[in-house]
Design a protein around this ligand. Structure first.
Ligand SMILES: [Zn+2]
Length: 284
């Protein structure tokens, strides 16, 4: 599946670019291509195509991949609190029990909500039945803003609201790298359903400005099409997508109309199900 392969690529490139044994938790997403599409019922669209075994194997494969390169995983950093980016940490910690799982306090707050029994019962488990560990690891508070790793400073940068509240990116100035988590998307429809009002979308745009001001040479998105490069241009593309969505939200009357108009502009982007939920949030 395209989005899944893309995510795998993001994670691996980060490792090889940085040359250090750190994996960002922002890329451990294993999800279906589309959550729900117009005309499909919830029960039908919420079925995952993966089995429990497949998913556990993939997470284990990630840990094994790190080990096979002779890297000792020391730190797992979560850019933001969405469950699809950290539910697999439990499996990775089994392979690297001494690794530290760290995040900023505002990220941990969202993590706790996402891992709550209510959120698991109403949102996550129906989408990934039987696939989410009953012992989810929650990050510890990151002390300060910097993780030092083999001489590289990895700087945690707070970004405020992007695709959810309290998001961050990880900046590696020595190699001009930004690991953007979901503050930037790369050829995949944005999750705008938590920002149906303009104020929050403005915050997201401010976050993109902030990352651009760091003048990165590469930007790793949490959701990416496998064939795309990790160009810093994705910051501008993410901004353009938000502005197009905003303009078309004014010009259209129904969620379906907004969805169709956006699809015309972004026919090749992955995960159109995210666009559908975004359109429904802005036009309930
Ligand atoms: Zn997210």
């Amino acid at each position: 599946m395209r989005s899944e392969n893309g995510i795998t690529t993001s994670r691996r490139e980060f490792l090889s670019n940085a040359g250090v044994g750190l994996v960002t938790a922002s890329t451990w997403l294993i999800r279906t291509e589309a959550r729900s599409m117009p005309g499909q019922s919830d029960s039908r669209t919420s079925k995952s195509r993966h089995t429990t075994q497949e998913m556990a194997l993939r997470w284990r494969a990630l840990a094994n991949w790190v080990a096979a390169r002779g890297k000792n995983l020391t730190t797992i950093y979560a850019t933001h609190g969405h469950g699809d980016h950290f539910f697999g940490v439990t499996t990775v910690l089994e392979r690297f029990p001494n690794a530290r799982f760290a995040a900023r306090p505002e990220v941990i707050r969202i993590m706790r909500q996402q891992a709550s029994p209510e959120s698991l019962a109403t949102f996550w488990n129906p989408r990934f039945p039987g696939q989410i560990s009953s012992h989810l690891a929650i990050a510890e508070e990151l002390a300060g803003n910097v993780i030092n790793l083999e001489g590289h400073d990895l700087v945690s940068v707070p970004l405020g609201f992007t695709d959810t509240a309290g998001t961050t990116c990880l900046h590696v100035p020595s190699i001009g790298l930004i690991v953007a988590g979901d503050a930037a998307y790369n050829g995949v429809h944005l999750h705008l359903s938590e920002s149906p009002d303009q104020q929050r979308r403005q915050e997201w745009i401010a976050a993109l400005d902030k990352m651009e001001s760091l003048k990165p040479r590469a930007v790793i998105a949490g959701h990416k099409r496998v064939e795309n490069s990790d160009s810093p241009q994705i910051l501008g593309e993410t901004r353009k997508y938000i502005l197009d969505f905003e303009r078309l939200a004014v010009q259209t009357t129904t969620a379906r109309e907004l969805y169709d108009q956006m699809l015309k502009l972004y026919p090749d982007w992955g995960n159109p199900g995210a666009l559908w939920t975004s359109a429904q949030a802005v036009k309930p």
